[in-house]
Every structure is written in structure tokens, then in C-alpha cells.
Design a protein around this ligand. Structure first.
Ligand SMILES: Cc1cc2nc3c(=O)[nH]c(=O)nc-3n(C[C@H](O)[C@H](O)[C@H](O)COP(=O)(O)O)c2cc1C
Length: 134
């Protein structure tokens, strides 16, 4: 992190091994871009690189940080979002099914795919709310 700014580069499943490598190696002694063949692109609004091949990028400025003991918790302001055109839905929003991000399960030390569409947020639980009030 340079000058209290950072980028979040969201990898799609096809880059999960590169993402794992990014977490295994240290930038102190390894050029992670060179090792993976991925492309460093400089942020438009901040002085920090992001991964050119990844479909979704957030450019962020640190607004707070909290020392938690073992870890430091950073709170960032998102100053720009970049999403590849091919992963947008018909209304221009990022489509999770096209971005194809994945999740990390820390205890199992596994990466998992995100499944298919389950339902509609802020709507599918309303039936329970109405039963409670009625
Ligand atoms: C799957 C995975 C999860 C990780 N989670 C964290 C984490 O939550 N916090 C952390 O400080 N390091 C975590 N690490 C370790 C860092 O990614 C590792 O120290 C990092 O590669 C150091 O790179 P740097 O020296 O270039 O910053 C994780 C590594 C992997 C492979």
C-alpha cells in the first residue's frame, strides 16, 4: 500500500491459482506480476496498481485503520469501480454469474465456487414479516 491507498482486484475462477499464489508469496522478495504473467495497471484515481486481467476492480483510499491485535482492520472509501463490459448484465450492473468470483473457506483451507441464483434480496423474506405482523 502506497500513500494510504489500495486497490481490490476481484479474480474470476479461472485465476484462482494466481490469486492463491498472491497470498503465498511476498512482494518484498517476489515480483508477483512477473511470476504470474498478469498485468499491472495503474489506478486512474490513486497511485496503486491493480490486476488488468481481473474483471472487477475497486480503487480505495484508507479512511480509518484499527489495530485489532494480530491484524489491522482497514476501512476504505471506494473512489472508483471498474467492471469489464462482458460481465455486466442487461441493466449495466455487475452480474455475479459472469464475474465468477469465488470464496475462501479459512477453516477448511479451500476455495469454493459461488452457486447459481437463489432468490431476490429484500423481497423473499417479506412473507415471514407479513405473517408476524398479521
Ligand atoms: C488463502 C489465503 C488467505 C490469507 N488471508 C490473510 C489474511 O486474512 N490476513 C493476512 O494478513 N494475511 C493473509 N494471508 C497471507 C498474505 O496473503 C501473505 O502474507 C501475503 O502474500 C504477503 O504479501 P505481501 O508481503 O506482498 O503483502 C492469506 C494467504 C492466503 C494464501
Amino acid at each position: 500500500m502506497r500513500g494510504k491507498v489500495y486497490t481490490l482486484s476481484v479474480p474470476s475462477v479461472k485465476y484462482y491459482k494466481e490469486a492463491d499464489f498472491f497470498g503465498l508469496a511476498s512482494g518484498r522478495d517476489t515480483d508477483k506480476f512477473k511470476a504470474t504473467g498478469l498485468t499491472p495497471e495503474m489506478g486512474e484515481h490513486i497511485d496503486a496498481p491493480y490486476v488488468g486481467e481481473f474483471p472487477m476492480i475497486l480503487e480505495c483510499k484508507v479512511v480509518h485503520h484499527h489495530e485489532l491485535g494480530l491484524h489491522t482492520h482497514f476501512v476504505g472509501e471506494i473512489v472508483d469501480v471498474k467492471v469489464d463490459d462482458e460481465v455486466l448484465d442487461d441493466s449495466g450492473r455487475p452480474d455475479v454469474a459472469k464475474v465468477q468470483p469465488f470464496v475462501f473457506s479459512p477453516d477448511a483451507r479451500e476455495y469454493h465456487l459461488i452457486g447459481s441464483r437463489l432468490g431476490t434480496a429484500f423481497k423473499d423474506g417479506r412473507g415471514i414479516m407479513e405473517k408476524k405482523e398479521g
